[in-house]
Ligand binder design. Structure first.
Ligand SMILES: Nc1ncnc2c1ncn2[C@@H]1O[C@H](COP(=O)(O)OP(=O)(O)OP(=O)(O)O)[C@@H](O)[C@H]1O
Ligand SMILES: [Mg+2]
Length: 301
């Protein structure tokens, strides 16, 4: 079922057209990643969906109806969350719960539940000032979940974290996605590949690619050869672009990545050529283009 739909959603700041009339929808129960380079419009989009920014034009439907105030249904963790550092983790959650219209008792119970859930029970009485980056981000997740939202929106939830903190938050998101629809933005394509069901790539304020991760990869995935030589093979590389099986060639010193239109024929043609010319080959590997390759292509275009 369709949970949220953005219709021609746009936001301008003076002459900056941050989001240029985008259309997309989010299905209930999915984990959706919003990908795009710096300045693409990810934060602006999430802020409009969460009601923090008024769109310049366009509308948002929630469960098929024009949305007015979505705060009850949406939990939001900003890109740069601010905490009251003098509060303890527990105090902060109870406070957030009351802001979200839970009564004191409900806020207390829900806070305890979430502290347990995000692994902060032992630190609940400590001042937030002493929390690590990973702990703060987990507290932020708990805060966003306090009123049992239908949609959880996370803006770059792992970007500022070290590998350990990142792993903690990703594991938590994997658990949360079992019961809550998630929309999160990220630069880390590997994370998006790991946990999302659907992806949206936004570039310069426009949606460039959207769909389920599987269908997008299926549609855009191409076979790729990674070859390493003992010395540069620039002359030969120039000549292979004329083969119809070769789609793109990316040379990095003695290494080359060759995107092929057809793996079986391409591999044979290239390998035969290398053997015929007795080129000093060190490594010859086959693989498929990744989400990162697709992202680079979309963003550079
Ligand atoms: N309050 C504002 N006033 C003026 N311009 C803004 C404002 N907020 C965002 N912008 C501009 O809108 C564009 C999109 O910004 P946005 O923060 O949405 O990008 P982003 O995809 O979240 O980038 P990042 O990956 O760096 O977080 C940028 O050009 C940015 O400079
Ligand atoms: Mg941003």
């Amino acid at each position: 079922m369709e949970l949220l739909k953005a219709c021609d959603l746009a936001k301008s700041f003076g002459n900056t057209h941050a989001v240029k009339g985008i259309n997309f929808h989010i299905e209930e129960g999915r984990c959706v990643s919003l990908l795009g380079p710096n300045g693409a419009g990810k934060t602006t989009t999430l802020k409009m969906l969460s009601g923090l920014l008024e769109p310049t034009s366009g509308s948002i439907d929630f469960k098929g109806e024009k949305a007015k105030d979505l705060r009850e249904f949406i939990g939001y963790l900003p890109q740069y969350p601010a905490f009251y550092n003098w509060m303890s983790g527990k105090e902060f959650l109870v406070f957030a719960g009351q802001l979200a219209k839970l009564n004191r008792k409900e806020a207390e119970i829900r806070s305890e539940e979430l502290l347990e859930r995000v692994g902060l029970t032992n630190a609940k009485k400590r001042k937030i000032a002493g929390y690590s980056g990973g702990m703060r981000q987990r507290l932020g997740l708990a805060q966003a979940l306090i009123h049992r939202p239908k949609l959880l929106m996370l803006d770059e939830p792992v970007s500022a974290l070290d590998p350990l903190g990142r792993r903690e938050v990703l594991d938590m998101m994997r658990e949360i996605k079992e019961e809550t629809t998630i929309l999160f933005s990220t630069h880390v394509l590997h994370d998006a590949e790991e946990i999302s069901d659907d992806i949206l790539i936004i570039n310069a304020g426009e949606i460039a690619v959207s769909g389920s991760l599987g269908s997008v990869m299926e549609k855009y995935r191409q076979p790729i050869l990674h070859i390493e030589f003992e010395s540069q093979a620039a002359d030969w590389l120039k000549s292979i672009t004329s083969y119809s099986v070769v789609s793109e060639v990316d040379i990095q010193g003695n290494k080359v990545s060759i995107v092929l239109n057809d793996m079986v024929n391409g591999k044979q043609t290239i390998l035969q050529d290398i053997v015929d010319r007795k080129l000093p080959i060190l490594k010859f590997e086959t693989s498929q283009t990744t989400l990162e390759d697709l992202f680079m292509k979309v963003v550079k275009a």
